[in-house]
Design a protein around this ligand. Structure first.
Ligand SMILES: Cc1cc2nc3c(=O)[nH]c(=O)nc-3n(C[C@H](O)[C@H](O)[C@H](O)COP(=O)(O)OP(=O)(O)OC[C@H]3O[C@@H](n4cnc5c(N)ncnc54)[C@H](O)[C@@H]3O)c2cc1C
Length: 369
């Protein structure tokens, strides 16, 4: 591939963020190539798909970032659905956060955005909820999207219909830099050859593996194990988000149960007996009768985490190399705003004050001070 036209973009990583950005550029007539080391390891195929700005208790700029992304998501998804012909399962179903006592509820960072639920209201909202929960908050603006089965595939299809060139099994081993400007990459392809690719501009979207591409990016993996259970259709109408475990009901009764948070996991593959036990204990603590529902699938993946849990978005110190990584627990939620801002930024389009502020707060520079 020689990407020698002015409007060509090389994307390193075909996960959720890489695909979202590829889609934005491709639908605006750019020539886009996506290099993907391994599609199936992408956290985009792992996540629960919650759009949980408020239920996650985000604060400060992350809260604003999430709220702004949530405003963009309906239109963004409508476009992806139209272009791909695949319905993505976006539902503003609301998320219920239960508490054992009022003190914890009042301390919850996004408390003021929720509607208070007494224990009786909680039981009305979530039939069968464990009686340890005495109070709750429902965040009606929050919701979910079916990322694993639909959004990822819809993005791939929409991208490819807009002409994006995918290269699966292609790992960037090194970036080719001349006079502090990116001019290409050395890529190990699926047939085992190392190829020199040229590019005009590149965007690093390599998720938890970003440090291997550019060592100064302080991203590390935080493993999460998940499972799904098959419940009765429409039994759970809202997401139930406990302190250690959450239950995310899809519209066909499949319930996604997540997730362990394993900070020292490195890239250790696979589900573990302890991980599954922890999820089962979590199911019991939220909805005891769901312990009897059949388990359908177990899986795991790696969240791209940074030292301050905030993403890294914008410039690198190499000319024409841009960064969109480190989205940690909220990459599904943040994908719409990330692709929007990166597109405008690279295109030198006018940015709003809040977008400029996000780029400052999420710049790589903050780790160099
Ligand atoms: C258990 C779990 C639950 C989650 N739940 C939610 C949720 O409910 N809501 C939410 O908003 N977020 C959630 N997330 C977070 C979300 O999944 C991530 O933030 C998001 O997927 C990150 O997207 P990404 O594109 O940066 O990384 P990924 O989706 O992981 O994609 C990175 C891709 O880059 C490729 N790559 C890496 N190195 C190279 C290289 N050198 N060359 C070429 N390609 C390369 C990889 O193979 C991979 O496919 C969850 C994550 C996990 C693990």
């Amino acid at each position: 591939m020689t990407a020698n036209t002015k409007n060509s973009i090389l994307i390193v990583g075909g996960g959720l963020i890489g695909l979202s950005i590829a889609y934005e550029f491709a639908r605006n007539d750019f020539k886009v190539s996506v290099l993907s080391k391994n599609r199936s390891e992408s956290a985009g195929f792992v996540a629960a798909g919650m759009l949980a700005t408020h239920a996650e208790g985000l604060e400060h700029e992350l809260l604003k970032f999430g709220q702004q992304s949530q405003r963009l998501i309906p239109e963004w998804i409508k476009n992806i659905e139209q272009d791909s012909g695949i319905e993505c399962g976006l539902r503003k179903c609301g998320i219920v956060v239960p508490f054992t006592n009022m003190k914890d509820l009042r301390k919850f960072p996004t408390y003021k955005y929720g509607k208070y639920l007494s224990q009786k209201d909680l039981k009305n909202e979530i039939s069968g909820i464990n009686s340890i929960w005495k109070h709750g908050l429902v965040f009606e603006e929050d919701g979910q999207i079916d990322n694993r089965r639909r959004l990822m595939r819809a993005l791939e299809r929409a991208c490819s219909l807009h002409g994006v060139q995918f290269q699966e099994g292609s790992e960037v081993k090194d970036l080719t830099i001349e006079k502090n400007k990116i001019i290409g990459a050395k890529v190990l392809n699926a047939t085992g050859e190392i190829k020199d690719l040229r590019c005009e501009k590149a965007i690093l979207c390599s998720g938890a593996w970003s440090k291997a591409v550019l060592n100064k990016i302080p991203v590390f993996p935080v493993k999460g194990q998940m499972l799904s259970i098959q419940g009765p259709s429409n039994f759970l109408k809202r997401v139930l988000f406990g302190p250690d475990t959450y239950l995310v009901p899809r519209d066909d009764g499949l319930i996604i149960v997540g997730a362990t948070v394993e900070k020292d996991s490195k890239f250790n593959q696979g589900n573990t007996p302890n991980g599954i036990k922890q999820l089962q204990k979590g199911i019991w603590s939220l909805l005891p009768e769901a312990m009897n529902w059949p388990q359908m699938e177990h899986w795991w993946g790696f969240r791209p985490c940074t030292p301050d849990f905030k993403p890294i978005i914008g410039k690198s110190d190499i000319e024409n190399l841009f960064l969109a990584t480190g989205h940690y627990r909220n990459g599904v939620l943040f994908s719409a705003i990330t692709s929007d801002i990166i597109f405008k930024f690279i295109q030198d389009k006018t940015l709003s004050d809040s977008e400029i502020s996000f780029l400052e707060k999420f710049s790589l520079k903050r780790f160099e001070i």
